[in-house]
Every structure is written in C-alpha cells, then in structure tokens.
Ligand binder design. Structure first.
Ligand SMILES: Cc1cc2nc3c(=O)[nH]c(=O)nc-3n(C[C@H](O)[C@H](O)[C@H](O)COP(=O)(O)O)c2cc1C
Length: 194
C-alpha cells in the first residue's frame, strides 16, 4: 500500500487500509477525484500497483489495455448524480471494469462522501468487489466486512474532524445481483474480444 503525500489524514487511517481484507480506495474531492490512497486488496483485485494508480482518476479501470471502453452509461450516470454537491451521501452500482491484464469483471462499487467541519466534501471513500466471479456467500461475507469497515473508520476520521456520510445500503438479493453480473460478463466476453 502507498499513498500520495498530500494526504493529511495519515497514520491510523493508513494502518486501517493496510489491515483491511477488502479493497479500499480513497480520493481527494478535487476536480478530477485523484486517488490518494489504495490498499493491497485493491491492487490484487485490479492487478495494478499503487504507483500505477495514485494521482489518477479511477475511470481508467473502465477501459481495457487495448483501448476498448465498456458501455457503463447507467453506472456512470449514477456516479455523476452521487458526485454532485447536492447528490446522495453514498452510491452503490455494478460497473464493468478491466484488470491490468485485460480481463473484464463486474465491479460492485460502493462510494461514500467524507465531509469536513464546514460540510464540504473533502475525500471520497470507495470499495470494490468482483461480483462476476463470486459465490453468493462471498458477497455476504464482503458485505459484512464492508459494513464493519465503515463503522471502524468513523473514529479514525473523527480525529481529523471528518465525517463519513450515510451508511451501507446492502444488496437486497445477492443471488440475483451475482446472476446479473455473470450474464453481463458473458455477453461482454461473447460480443467483444477485449
Ligand atoms: C475513490 C473513488 C473510487 C472509484 N473507484 C472506481 C472503480 O473501482 N471503478 C470504476 O469504474 N470507477 C470508479 N470510480 C469512478 C470514476 O472515477 C468516475 O468518477 C466515474 O467514471 C464517473 O466519472 P466520468 O464519467 O467522468 O468518468 C471511483 C471514483 C472515486 C472517487
């Protein structure tokens, strides 16, 4: 794990990222939401090293190394809505991504706003999970890990006068969600050789 040096939240938060078993990423809330911190499970999931990704917007995951762009209109519209200043506190959406080796996967992306004392969004916290290759039990385990991560991160942010907005909206029917993700992936793999 490594971090961009402009990150003022350090120490305990970095330890927390380091120890977490689920993929976590945090960006600045600047014009292009540059990644400030990613952990090892994020790197393992995507195949990218932290040095490849820090300082970049995470949208690069939507394009394969050979330059094919996944049709993610619905997911991106949801993310755009979330990113608006008056948008919702959290968002959860499946989105088609590619690993560094070009392998597509359906990423169940969760994002939450982190706000400063003045109510201004300072950072965005995200977590990623490959639902296209998961068993429903694995998604349930991930959901409980993510839920507990969001609870445990709160006091670490308090020390920096930063609040995490909203809570985890759990996936109502994990079996259906996974089945849809596998279908999306099968269509993708059939129609376009990435
Ligand atoms: C902290 C953070 C993590 C993100 N993680 C992902 C991700 O794993 N996969 C992805 O496709 N998009 C991810 N995004 C969303 C994209 O960076 C971007 O916001 C989205 O594509 C909508 O913007 P655009 O239409 O300008 O690309 C993430 C965004 C943030 C702020």
């Amino acid at each position: 794990m490594s971090t961009m040096n402009q990150l003022e939240i350090n120490g305990p938060l970095q330890d927390f990222f380091q120890k977490s078993t689920i993929a976590l990423a945090m960006s600045f809330a600047d014009a292009d939401n540059r990644l400030a911190l990613v952990n090892d499970p994020f790197c393992k999931l995507t195949g990218y090293d932290s040095s490849d990704v820090l300082g970049k917007n995470c949208r690069f995951l939507q394009t394969s190394p050979s330059g094919k762009k996944a049709p993610n209109d619905e997911a991106r519209a949801k993310i755009h809505d979330f990113l608006r200043a008056d948008g919702p506190a959290t968002v959860r959406t499946p989105i088609v991504n590619f690993k560094k080796d070009g392998k597509p996967f359906v990423n169940l992306l969760f994002m939450s706003k982190l706000t400063g004392g003045s109510g201004v969004v300072r950072y965005i916290l995200a977590s990623q999970f490959d639902i296209s290759r998961a068993h429903p039990n694995l998604l349930q385990d991930y959901e409980s890990e993510l839920g507990s991560a969001l609870t445990r991160i709160k006091p670490l942010l308090d020390d920096h006068n930063i609040m995490i907005e909203g809570t985890l909206a759990t996936i109502a029917n994990s079996t259906t969600t996974i089945a849809q993700a596998k279908l999306t992936l099968a269509e993708l793999e059939q129609n376009s050789p990435y």
